[in-house]
Design a protein around this ligand. Structure first.
Ligand code: HEC
Length: 187
């Protein structure tokens, strides 16, 4: 019995497609999901914020990929155990809340002695936490050597929308543009 050539080609195409389709679906499929968006209710209590803050630090905040809590020895990144106690006196004039906010929004503004700069600004991508999430992280950081005082309504330098110049120099209010053209730069 002779099968017409066109039918043989058709069968081959079908068989090949089926084979690749079969092999393709055997390859483990990794579903990539965007990080779950934590919707923060504005009536979150401080205790809830502490919990959320800890989860953020382990998860999307990436804090614990660098920082340890309760490790000593030669460390590349500052250990955060008891950090609230130090936060109150790190920078003259900054409360622990203000210091923590600064260390996340403008990590370069104060460099912990003995360490190198290298912490990314937490409100910008790739981490990109919201103001509210950062308040939760602050609540958790306060539990490390202190008592959490923040609520989601707490205002600090970076979320209060004030137009006062931020502590670091050369940054215009609310932006990252230099205030004056750099020397030799044409405008
Ligand atoms: C890529 C590594 C890295 C990541 C991620 C990171 N940090 Fe840091 N962090 C550092 C480094 C390096 C320093 C020390 C230099 C400095 O002061 O900026 C630091 C300093 C700090 C300090 C000051 C500690 C002190 O003793 O005064 C705090 C607070 C802090 N980080 C909190 C956080 C939090 C909260 C997160 C997550 C939202 C985070 N960091 C994510 C590297 C990182």
């Amino acid at each position: 019995m002779t099968v017409p050539l066109i039918a043989r080609i058709g069968a081959l195409v079908l068989a090949t497609t089926a084979f690749y389709g079969y092999v393709g679906q055997m390859v483990p499929q990794k579903e990539v999901q965007p990080p779950a968006e934590v919707v923060l209710k504005s009536d979150l209590t401080t205790a809830d914020m502490v919990k959320v803050g800890r989860e953020i630090m382990e998860g999307k905040g990436l804090c614990l990929t660098c920082h340890t809590i309760g490790k000593s020895g030669a460390l590349r990144f500052p250990d955060l155990a008891g950090v609230d106690g130090r936060a109150k006196s790190r920078v003259a004039g900054l409360s622990d809340v203000e210091y923590f906010a600064q260390s996340m929004y403008e990590p370069w503004a104060f460099i912990v002695p003995g360490f190198n700069p290298g912490m990314p600004p937490i409100n910008k991508p790739p981490v990109g936490l919201t103001d509210q999430e950062i308040l939760c992280v602050i609540a958790y950081l306060q539990t490390l050597g202190g008592t959490p005082t923040v609520t989601l309504q707490t205002k600090h330098h970076y979320n209060s929308g004030t137009t006062a110049a931020p502590p670091s120099q050369g940054v215009s209010p609310g932006g990252t543009q230099p205030e004056a053209p750099l020397k030799g730069e044409k405008r």
